[in-house]
Design a protein around this ligand. Structure first.
Ligand SMILES: Cc1cn([C@H]2C[C@H](O)[C@@H](COP(=O)(O)OP(=O)(O)OP(=O)(O)O)O2)c(=O)[nH]c1=O
Length: 223
């Protein structure tokens, strides 16, 4: 059934089928299992379905960070493109598929998600009192013809100096474990951060202004 798209009035994605607004929003899939990315995309007022992407996250041979996140974002999107009908069976036309990948880079070394609490403590011990860069890659792929656009955004984050027991208490909160670099700027991790240079949403995992620009190149106007 064709429905009129309504703007999201909260930060959570709307349940239900696909919607089209008067500006002709294409059906949209977010190839992600991340609740943060879902909330950010919903916050733009776009209607979409989310589908976890099972893409392998190893990059071999190693690439510069900006390419690393672009490659993984593209891989995540392309893993979902062939099965778009399973996700949006009621779509009147093939969807656009959006995916993203985020890494933290300190002194040229990539810090992904910590394997366990010890790894989280080790990461935060290195990040505290210093400046690192968060890279997020974004891919928008058109399931109709395979055309895709891949871009990235980078933000510098300076962490406050932290005492060992503060780090332990933060890790014990459980927040760091599924986050690149073992912290969440949008959560308790906010109080670990002294300042950022660049886009906040790049750190959380989905640079919204960049994504809007990319969607516009596929005819989807957020504004
Ligand atoms: C640095 C930082 C990272 N993160 C998150 C963003 C990403 O979700 C995560 C990095 O892992 P990713 O592999 O980019 O994403 P994901 O596995 O969570 O989700 P997807 O299904 O889309 O692949 O770290 C924060 O939420 N806050 C932060 O401050």
């Amino acid at each position: 059934m064709r429905q009129t798209m309504t703007r999201a009035d909260d930060t959570m994605p709307r349940a239900g089928g696909l919607h089209h607004d008067r500006t002709g929003q294409r059906p949209l899939i977010l190839a992600s299992a991340s609740p943060r990315r879902k909330a950010l995309l919903a916050g733009l007022g776009l209607t979409f379905q989310a589908a976890a992407s099972e893409a392998d996250e190893t990059v071999d041979p190693p690439q510069p960070p900006h390419r690393w996140v672009e490659i993984l974002a593209e891989r995540k999107a392309l893993a979902v493109v062939p099965r778009w009908r399973d996700v949006v069976s009621d779509a009147p036309e093939p969807p656009l598929v959006v995916a993203a990948d985020t890494i933290v880079v300190l002194d040229g070394e990539v810090l992904g998600k910590p394997q366990d609490e010890e790894a989280a403590v080790a990461m935060l011990s290195r990040l505290q009192g210093t400046t690192h860069t968060v890279y997020t890659g974004v891919c928008v792929a058109d399931a109709a013809d395979g055309r895709r656009v891949v871009r990235h955004s980078a933000t510098r984050v300076t962490m406050r100096p932290l005492a060992a027991d503060q780090i332990r208490r933060y890790v014990a909160s459980g927040e760091p474990l599924d986050k690149a670099g073992a912290y969440a700027i949008q959560g308790i991790g906010a109080i670990l951060v002294d300042r950022i240079e660049g886009d906040y949403f790049t750190v959380v995992g989905l640079p919204l202004a960049l994504l809007a620009e990319m969607l516009a190149s596929f005819g989807v106007q957020v504004l």
